[in-house]
Design a protein around this ligand. Structure first.
Ligand code: 57M
Length: 358
C-alpha cells in the first residue's frame, strides 16, 4: 500500500523514494509481521482457547501427554500477520504476490477444514486423506494455470549443476508443479510433530527463497548466476520477508514448551507456499535440498510403511516420521528440535553454495 500510494510522491519529496526499494520494504515487512505477531499472539491464543481449539493427543508417544489441550490452528496467526504486513509493504499490483496469497489461503482453507472436523469430532481424525489431497490438488491446479498463463514465465526446468540442460515440460509443467506443491504441503505437515520443528526449517527455506526470487527478478544478478530472468519477481522478496517475520513471530509462542500449535491450517499452507516459491524462482529441483529435512521426514514414513507391509510387521525406525524415532530413543525434545534446525541450516547453505556450480 505504501509502495502504491507513497512511492509516486517521490518526484516531489525524494524521501518517499525509500518506498521503492525492495530491500527497505522487505525489512519493514519482516519487522511488521514479527512485532505484530508478538503483540497479537497472546490474544489470538486466548481466542483459540475460548473456541476450545485444544489439541487431541495420541497415546503412542508418552512424552506428548502433557501437551493435551494446547490450542491449535495457530496458523491463523501466521496468516493474519503476514497478510497485514503485505498489505502495508507489498506492491498491491504485483500478480505474483496475489497468486502466492491465493496459494497460502487455498491450502490453508483445506487445512482449516481438516482442523475443524477434528475439533468437532474431538479426535485426531479429520477429513479423509483423499479429500485432503483432492482439495490440495484443486488449489495447486488453479495456481499452476495462473503461472503458466503468464508470458514471462517459462515452463523450462532449471537443473542444478547443468547450465545447458533445461528441459521444456510445456503443459506437463502444470502437473509437475502441482506435484511439487502438494508434496511440499504434506511433507511440512508430517514434520509438524514437535514444538517449532516445522516452522524453524520453513523460515530457513523462506530466507533462501527470498534470495532466489530477488535474483530471478534482477536482470544483472540473474544473468551472472545463470538464473532465468522474470521481470517483477523481485517483489516476492517482500512476500518471503513477511513470511519470515510471521514465522518467527509464531515461533515465539510455538517454541518449546509450545503455547500453540499451527494446525493443518498452518502446515498445509506453509508447505504449499514453499513449493510455489520454488516454482516462482525457477529453482524447482533445488527445493529438495533447501527443504531436505522435510524430504527426510517424508522418506522415513514411506520407508517405514513400505517395509512394514513388505515384512508383515517389521520396522526400520522405532516410529515414523523420523522425529518420533529419536523421541522413542530417549533424546530430549528440545535437543531433537535444535539439531533438526541445524540440519536445515546446513542444507540451506549447501543449496546456496552450489548456485554458481554449473
Ligand atoms: C499430522 N500431527 C501431529 C498439531 C499440528 C502416515 C503417518 C505417518 C501419518 C502421521 C500423521 O498423521 N501426520 C500428520 C501430524 C500432531 O500435531 C497436530 O497436527 C498439526 C499438524 N498437522 O500443528 O496441531 C501432534 O504433534 C505434536 N506437536 C507438537 N508440537 C507442535 O508444534 O508437539 C505438533 C506440533 C500433536 C502434538 O503431540 O498432537 C502428530 O504427530 O499426530 N502419523 C504419525 O505421525 C504417527 N506415526 C505413525 O503412526 N507411525 C507408524 C506408521 C508410519 C507405520 C510407525 O512408525 O509405526 C504418530 N503420530 C503421533 N503419535 N501423534 C504416531 C505417534
Amino acid at each position: 500500500m505504501f509502495y502504491n500510494f507513497l512511492a509516486p510522491l517521490a518526484s516531489e519529496w525524494t524521501v518517499f523514494n525509500v518506498f521503492r526499494y525492495i530491500s527497505f520494504r522487505s525489512m519493514a515487512a519482516l519487522i511488521t509481521a514479527l512485532v505484530l505477531s508478538i503483540l497479537v499472539g497472546p490474544r489470538c491464543i486466548a481466542w483459540l482457547r475460548r473456541l476450545r481449539c485444544g489439541q487431541y493427543i495420541h497415546g503412542d508417544v508418552k512424552a506428548h501427554a502433557a501437551k493435551a489441550g494446547t490450542p491449535t490452528m495457530g496458523g491463523l496467526l501466521i496468516f493474519f500477520t503476514m497478510f497485514v504486513s503485505l498489505l502495508l509493504w507489498g506492491d498491491l499490483k504485483s500478480p505474483y504476490l496475489w497468486q502466492t496469497m491465493l496459494v497460502f489461503t487455498g491450502f490453508g482453507a483445506v487445512g482449516l477444514w481438516d482442523d475443524m472436523v477434528k475439533l468437532r469430532r474431538r479426535t485426531n481424525k479429520g477429513i479423509s486423506a483423499w479429500t485432503k489431497i483432492g482439495g490440495q490438488l484443486l488449489v495447486a491446479m488453479a495456481a499452476m494455470f495462473l503461472l503458466v498463463w503468464n508470458p514471462s514465465y517459462s515452463t523450462q526446468l532449471t537443473v542444478p549443476f547443468f547450465k545447458d540442460i533445461n528441459p521444456d515440460l510445456g503443459m506437463l509443467y502444470v502437473p509437475f508443479g502441482m506435484l511439487v506443491m502438494v508434496s511440499a504441503s504434506n511433507a511440512v505437515n508430517l514434520t509438524d510433530g514437535l514444538d517449532g520443528l516445522a516452522i524453524g526449517p520453513s523460515v530457513v527455506a523462506a530466507i533462501v527463497f527470498s534470495l532466489f526470487v530477488y535474483i530471478t527478478g534482477n536482470a544483472r544478478f540473474s544473468a551472472y548466476l545463470l538464473f532465468p530472468y522474470i521481470p517483477g519477481m523481485g517483489e516476492m522478496t517482500v512476500f518471503c520477508a513477511a513470511f519470515v517475520g510471521a514465522g518467527l513471530g509464531f515461533l515465539w509462542f510455538n517454541a518449546y514448551p509450545a503455547q500453540v500449535f499451527m494446525g493443518d491450517v498452518g502446515s498445509l499452507s506453509i508447505g504449499g507456499t514453499l513449493g510455489y516459491l520454488a516454482l516462482l524462482s525457477k529453482q524447482e529441483l533445488i527445493l529438495a535440498v533447501v527443504g531436505g529435512l522435510f524430504v527426510a521426514e517424508t522418506l522415513s514414513v514411506i520407508l517405514q510403511v513400505g517395509y512394514f507391509r513388505w515384512t508383515g510387521g517389521k520396522r526400520i525406525f522405532r516410529m515414523a516420521p523420523l522425529h518420533h524415532h529419536f523421541e522413542l530413543k530417549g533424546v530430549p525434545e528440545s535437543k531433537i528440535i535444535i539439531r533438526f534446525w541445524i540440519t536445515s541450516i546446513l542444507l540451506a547453505l549447501v543449496a546456496l553454495s552450489v548456485l554458481k556450480l554449473r
